[in-house]
Design a protein around this ligand. Structure first.
Ligand SMILES: *[C@@H]1O[C@H](CO)[C@@H](O)[C@H](O)[C@H]1NC(C)=O
Ligand SMILES: *[C@@H]1O[C@H](CO)[C@@H](O)[C@H](O)[C@H]1NC(C)=O
Ligand SMILES: *[C@@H]1O[C@H](CO)[C@@H](O)[C@H](O)[C@H]1NC(C)=O
Ligand SMILES: *[C@@H]1O[C@H](CO)[C@@H](O)[C@H](O)[C@H]1NC(C)=O
Length: 273
């Protein structure tokens, strides 16, 4: 009896799952690959419930301005000028119970940018160069190159000559351990490749000598030394002046005494009148 109950429940579940996926949405085109523009169309044929509206999403986020309360069984979204950052998983969503949706992949070649076009590091420190890609699909392969004197490029191998490369789908980092002024200064190129092609970014690396890093500090030290010297010399010269100053002030009480004496005289004169 219990077994039968479980069976019925299971069957109902399967039935419901079927009902949820029964909506048939035709997407046209089914995917957009390496195109400069496209009109995405969805056509729902057997909605699980009356359609209350529709909208479009990109990578799961609702695209502003696409929401309508139209009960139509078709919906369109126009992509003008598809740039290399416009790729992603688009989807049309029909507001039914449950919601019905269909994905349309929009694929572009990679879009590679250096995190910073110009980097600097101190001699003996670790150099860190970063490139990112905001394309769909993300690069499946990342390569770093060092640009030589005659603009020829040489691929950098992970784990050789102080180099270490760490890559994720959207990001690659080149570490150069113990930076060397004569060897490491210059341009580096990162290249991301996906199924549709490759793109590169360029980073200029400057390496400062340890001494150069010290210059600002040495400058401050020199300034302080000059200031102290000036104050010291000034203090030494001032000493005799201060003695004569003391003489002046020493004679002052005499003067003021004379003045009070004079005043006293006046007062006495007035009193006598
Ligand atoms: C939607 O699909 C149905 C059935 O395949 C078809 O009859 C109808 O013409 C399509 N509508 C549009 C607008 O493509
Ligand atoms: C890679 O970029 C895509 C598109 O910009 C984004 O959806 C995804 O979350 C990113 N992945 C990582 C690991 O950052
Ligand atoms: C480079 O080598 C390091 C250490 O051996 C490793 O962790 C890293 O994943 C490698 N990077 C790539 C891109 O293979
Ligand atoms: C993508 O399109 C560009 C020009 O629009 C073309 O040069 C390139 O070969 C195409 N790539 C693929 C893989 O079709």
């Amino acid at each position: 009896m219990r077994l039968l109950g479980a069976f019925v429940t299971l069957s109902l579940c399967v039935y419901h799952a079927n009902a949820a996926t029964a909506a048939d949405i035709l997407a046209n085109p089914e995917s957009v690959i390496n195109q400069t523009n496209a009109i995405l169309t969805c056509n729902i044929t057997n909605p699980p419930s009356p359609i209350k509206g529709s909208f479009w999403t990109k990578n799961g986020d609702k695209i502003k301005g696409t929401e309508t309360e139209s009960v139509a069984s078709t919906t369109q979204y126009t992509l003008d000028k598809i740039g290399n950052t416009d790729g992603g998983v688009y989807a049309c969503v029909f507001q039914t119970e449950p919601q019905s949706e269909k994905n349309i992949e929009v694929k572009t070649p990679p879009h590679v940018k250096p995190y910073k076009e110009s980097e600097h590091g101190n001699e003996d420190d670790k150099g860190v160069l970063v490139c990112v890609s905001h394309s769909y699909p993300p690069p499946t392969d990342w390569t770093w190159y060092k640009v030589g004197e005659n603009d020829e490029t040489e691929a950098i191998s992970n784990g050789t000559d102080r180099y270490e490369i760490k890559s994720q789908p959207n990001k690659t980092t080149l570490y150069i351990h113990a930076l060397d002024i004569t060897k490491d200064m210059g341009d580096y190129v990162c290249q991301g490749t996906n199924e549709l092609g490759a793109a590169t970014g360029k980073i200029h690396l400057r390496v400062r000598s340890r001494l150069a890093a010290l210059w600002p500090f040495l400058g401050i030290v020199a300034e302080v030394i000059v200031l102290i010297t000036i104050i010291f010399i000034y203090e030494k010269k001032r000493k005799p002046d201060e003695i004569t100053d003391d003489d002046d002030s020493g004679s002052a009480p005499l003067k003021s005494n004379a003045a009070t004496n004079h005043k006293d005289k006046n007062v006495r004169q007035r009193n006598s009148n």
